[in-house]
Ligand binder design. Structure first.
Ligand code: AMP
Length: 287
């Protein structure tokens, strides 16, 4: 039997109420679809944790800065359902835009601080869109656990702040980035790279890991970051939006690696924006 699909808040809540009446725990995995092994690793972690797993599939217009990017975003619901069925996910929640943001919708959830630098500086309104939809999804699904990828590390920290500040009773679980064999972080956007761009793309991860190793070895931070930026540009990327060493929790840029830290980066390759990040100091990633 293929994974059941709910398209409305009412359908979703009926299923959730049934599970709750039996005392079952619930996990949610929010996604925008075009599922790959990175998404499926979150679903598997959710299945290992809770009695019931809801995967949400909603291409959230509020988190896109460009209408062209929103229009080009892959929509592959049938294929996504076919990937979830053998795993044993219990419900695929696919609301449309009207269901999520009905006429008159007027609320924006905005997380200051952690959402302001890095991607937040280059994508105005993006994290407001993320925080608004995640708050709705957490309340609609009434989940005990919600799974997010470290691939979108700033998003993960924004969500952590959001649930702490709004007292949403859910445990946020961060899961490691799943990579292709050549190191490229899996992303729905990778599908839009040409063959020659795809060949260049893994250089981003390689440079981040090398910079992290050099920082841990004690090389000056600015030198390590500058070298990574130059190598990325020399190898054919159009631009580096940012490539920074930041503290693990608040994502404030660091000049010393004397606390848990990460290098985070966003770059442009062939009109596609790629993001990635790597840990620098060994730390618990689940905080
Ligand atoms: P998206 O559909 O891109 O919004 O992603 C949905 C969830 O999957 C987010 O929590 C992402 O961080 C996570 N995710 C996306 N790519 C990866 C990856 N390569 N490894 C682990 N998690 C990922």
């Amino acid at each position: 039997m293929s994974v059941p699909i709910a398209r409305t808040v009412d359908e979703l809540k009926r299923t959730v109420a049934e599970w709750r009446s039996k005392g079952e725990s619930i996990a949610v995995v929010p996604t925008m679809g075009a599922l790959h092994a990175g998404h499926l690793s979150l679903v598997q972690a959710a299945l290992d944790t809770a009695d019931r797993v809801i995967v949400t599939l909603f291409v959230n217009p509020k988190q896109f800065n460009s209408a062209a990017d929103l229009a080009a975003y892959p929509r592959t619901e049938k294929e996504d359902a076919a990937k979830l069925t053998p795993l044993g996910a219990h419900l695929l929640y696919c609301p449309d835009g009207e269901e999520m943001y009905p006429a008159g919708f007027a609320t924006t959830v905005s997380v200051s601080g952690v959402s302001e630098g890095l991607c937040g500086a280059y994508r105005p309104g993006h994290f407001d869109g993320v925080a608004t939809v995640v708050a709705k999804l957490l309340m609609q699904t009434d989940a005990d656990f919600a799974f997010f990828g470290e691939k979108d590390f700033q998003q993960l920290q924004v969500v952590r702040r959001l649930v702490a500040d709004l007292d949403i009773p859910v445990a946020i679980i961060g899961c490691p980035t799943v990579r292709e064999e050549d190191g490229l972080a899996m992303s729905s956007r990778n599908l839009r790279l040409s063959a020659s761009e795809r060949a260049i793309a893994p250089i981003l991860a390689r440079q981040l890991f090398q910079a992290a190793d050099r920082i841990v070895a004690g090389e000056p931070i600015a030198q390590c970051l500058n070298r990574a930026r130059s190598c990325i540009l020399e190898q054919g990327f159009q631009s580096v939006e940012y490539l920074e060493l930041c503290d693990e929790y608040k994502l404030i840029p660091l000049v010393k690696a004397d606390q848990p830290a990460r290098i985070l980066s966003a770059v442009w390759l062939g009109g596609i924006r790629l993001i990635d990040n790597v840990i620098v100091t060994k730390t618990e990633t689940s905080k």
